[in-house]
Design a protein around this ligand. Structure first.
Ligand SMILES: [Zn+2]
Length: 385
């Protein structure tokens, strides 16, 4: 009995806490029910009236965005679109936070208010361009001003890493060297991405050797949205006629024997002098990082678009899919990172294609398409980390 009387007050406190948490978590939620754009304003409609102190406003730069976080709020997903026009994006940023992001234009200062009669509404004025449609019609006959083309990728730097280089030749097939091939493809990819407006950085532009940390460091320094390492595969002579295909890897430890074999070959030059302990420390820190999901998505898009481009002109290109493996060039990259094995330099006919300009160009186009597609989808999800 004595024991129970001691426990009871504790139990009741625990119950009270559970109740409190439940109330906060479930009944406390407001819901964003509707969002419209009218007369240059974004109008948000909530299920309950809400306290203006539950709105956090802040600004993100490059590009300039005005962000509104609505706390204790959930998005009524079926009713509210994730994007409205070209300026507004919305997302369930956290379990209890709805995030509204407005892309700003020059001189934009949002005007925010709750209509006097309804504390369930929230109005934010939008940048001028959002009402441009009607204005545009009226000014149809005025001479057109020259406007700088809109460049959506201006703030999305991409780092391309041509594998190997210098004394590290990479794989060799019938005298042809991996280090030369991947530099050719990397340069084509650089041109493709620049054409689309991305700032592009190359880890190497000539035949020189770079240590591993130098490669990924560039990606971190440039705050790259993607790090793409380009390699070519090979198998021993006895299998050279049998094994071919294109595959894209993202970094993850794996027990899959084939992935491990490929990783071991690519890692060879890099791992000289690294102790097993320090290897494990580095790999652990990366494997738990959130970039794995992003890297996986990037890998899927790149692989898909490469295959699509190549198959417009070539028959029998083998799709070996997306895999994960512990590639050291990707360890230490805190950015979404992939490693593309563009084909087997050991395979006679695949090697021939790999050194053909048309084939290389399609590879580069495919990778660039994949990057485009990945970033487009990412924008929809509003990744603002
Ligand atoms: Zn390689």
């Amino acid at each position: 009995m004595e024991k129970i009387s001691k426990i009871m007050p504790i139990l009741s406190r625990v119950f009270f806490l559970i109740l409190l948490v439940n109330t906060l978590l479930f009944s406390g939620f407001n819901s964003l029910q509707k969002a419209t754009v009218k007369k240059g304003e974004l109008n948000l409609f909530f299920s309950k009236s809400f306290d203006i102190h539950n709105v956090r406003h802040f600004i993100l730069s490059k590009p300039h965005r005005e962000v509104y976080d609505f706390k204790h709020t959930q998005l009524a997903h079926k009713k509210v679109p994730l994007g409205l026009g070209k300026y507004v994006r919305m997302a369930q940023y956290k379990k209890d936070i709805v995030r509204v992001v407005i892309t700003a234009t020059k001189g934009y200062k949002p005007l925010v208010y709750q209509p006097m009669l309804s504390a369930k509404e929230y109005h934010i004025s939008l940048p001028k361009g959002s009402v441009a449609k009607s204005i545009h019609k009226r000014s149809k006959h005025k001479p057109k001003k020259k406007v700088k083309p809109y460049n959506p990728h201006k703030y999305e730097p991409i780092v391309i890493d041509a594998g190997h280089g210098g004394h590290d030749t990479g794989a060799i097939g019938s005298g042809k060297r991996e280090k030369d091939l991947v530099l050719q493809v990397a340069k084509r990819l650089e041109r493709q991405l620049k054409k689309r407006g991305y700032p592009v950085y190359m880890t190497r532009k000539s035949d020189r050797f770079l240590k591993l940390p130098q490669r990924t460091k560039i990606a971190d320094k440039k705050k790259a949205v993607a790090f793409i390492s380009i390699h070519a595969n090979s198998v021993p002579r006895s299998k050279r006629n049998k094994v071919q295909g294109i595959e894209t890897f993202f970094l993850q430890n794996t027990r899959d024997a084939k992935s491990q074999r490929i990783a071991a070959r690519e890692n060879k030059a890099v791992l000289k002098g690294t102790t097993k302990l320090s290897k494990n420390v580095i790999i652990d820190s990366v494997l738990t990082g959130p970039k794995i999901v992003e890297s996986n998505k990037l890998a899927i898009d790149v692989q898909r678009h490469m295959m699509h481009q190549l198959r417009t002109k070539y028959r029998g290109v083998k799709d070996s899919g997306v895999r994960h493996a512990p590639f050291w060039v990707l360890v230490g990259a805190s950015r979404p990172s992939i490693l593309v094995e563009v084909g087997y330099i050991s395979h006679p006919s695949e090697r021939k294609r790999l050194f053909t300009p048309t084939y290389q160009e399609l590879l580069a186009k495919g990778i660039a398409d994949g990057v485009d597609s990945y970033l487009r989808n990412r924008k929809k999800e509003i990744d603002l980390q």
